[in-house]
Ligand binder design. Sequence first.
Ligand code: NAP
Length: 491
Amino acid sequence: MADAEQRLIPVRNPRTGAVDFQLKVSPPEEVAAKAARLRANQKAWAARTTAERVAVMRRWLEAVSRKAQALAEADAVDTGGCHTSYLQGFITMGNIGGWIEDAEAALDRALYEGPSRSMPTVEVRSQLVPYPLVGIISPWNAPMMLALLDAVPALFAGSAVLLKPSEVTPRFVEPLFETVAEVPELAAVFDHVMGDGRTGQDLIANADLVCFTGSVPTGRKVAVACAERLIPCFLELGGKDPAIVTASADLDRAATSVLRGAVHATGQVCFSVERIYVDASAHDDFVALLVEKAGKVRLNSDDPRAGHLHPFTFAPQAEIVASHVADAVAKGARVLTGGQVETIGGGLYMRPTVIVDVAHDMTIMRDETFGPILPVMRYQTIDEAVALANDTAFGLTASVIAGSEEEALPIARRVNAGAVFIQDTFLTFGKNRTVGTHSFGWSGLGGSRTGPESILRFVRRKALMTQHGPVADILDDHHLGKPGQPGGAKR
Ligand code: NAP
């Protein structure tokens, strides 16, 4: 297709508000052609041993480390200058480096060779067969990290990967794929297409498995499209994550931790703290500390590297956050700090927004806000705190801050969430290579994205079964089901 005919999407710079980037949309035939190329090349990639793939990925790691600075800068322009953006090079290196260490053992552990326990004359060998083409659809928050979180283990598993990043934050893609181009064996099986939801649907139409990170409404559309094709999809969706602070907690520590957990990256993090429940006896002191600490948080409007909060990455998000605040105020809540969208140099900002006198009939306590909000509600008993925390359609993460771990742990065990952080917030990266987690409710669907089993999402487990004993005779079928006979219970 000629350039003139190619659909272009204008991209807004979150700091200046100006459209300073244009994205060329991949037409459906380009998506199909890239998918076909990757699918053809995947055969050789899958035929390599895991150790050989690790060696290729090690060279990619070197290319990423040489370009870490440029990757961080591009991600920071995309987001508006989030702290995490400046760490993106290192985060990506950690993701690749982690799987370099873990991939072989994680895949080997899934293999079995030996007698069948239910049919002892049968020998079973397992084989791991990677899904040929994994489609990744990623969101605009933490754009590079979330584009790669599933892509990297899929590549180690032997799949090819076609990525569609969000149209809102596409600037990191070019430097990222420059690093991929430095490793031809990887470039053969890892590519990207650009565009909006339509391109996302084109990607689904060509993939064998889809990993989606984004909102619940889009997640539903993705799940339906994958169901139509009967292909697996893994959904990592939104959250409305609660924090519980008990009467005996160190309130200064609790306020410090909750503030960061709620406003880091301007609250545009899936596992941001979005609801805070505090014992009634500690409520006023906690709120006073929160207000004091919130007052020290600075916007990064003058210098992206200097302040603490960056502009809204996606302009419509500012309106959503403002509408949640307005709904709360209309229903009787009081805004103690922040709460206003401020336009500075074309960027849209909001300061940490402490809100009290909130209740569960307010949107701000029910829907994902994705902004720097701290709605605080008092509770009388732990049972009430747990009930409030669990009164949600979501269940991504939660936090419990108490006087001691012993006090917090039983509370944490009762909260419905894929990960509960104890005596702190925002510990999600701690689980990445360690344990698997499944989100509750609308926050996710499918196998764990973290821990060793994350990589196993990308392989089909096949069984090769040899009969070493006599074959069963149809004429003798009445023995089936008797102890000691093929198909029967073990004695
Ligand atoms: P989104 O609007 O759902 O978009 C996610 C991706 O889906 C984007 O690439 C988007 O493309 C694409 N898309 C849109 N419509 C589509 C369709 N009909 N079919 C296929 N793909 C389609 O989410 P977002 O606003 O970018 O991201 C914020 C959300 O992600 C929040 O809800 C946040 O909680 C969630 N999130 C979850 C996690 C997690 O791990 N659980 C992590 C981070 C973020 P365009 O952007 O180009 O339209």
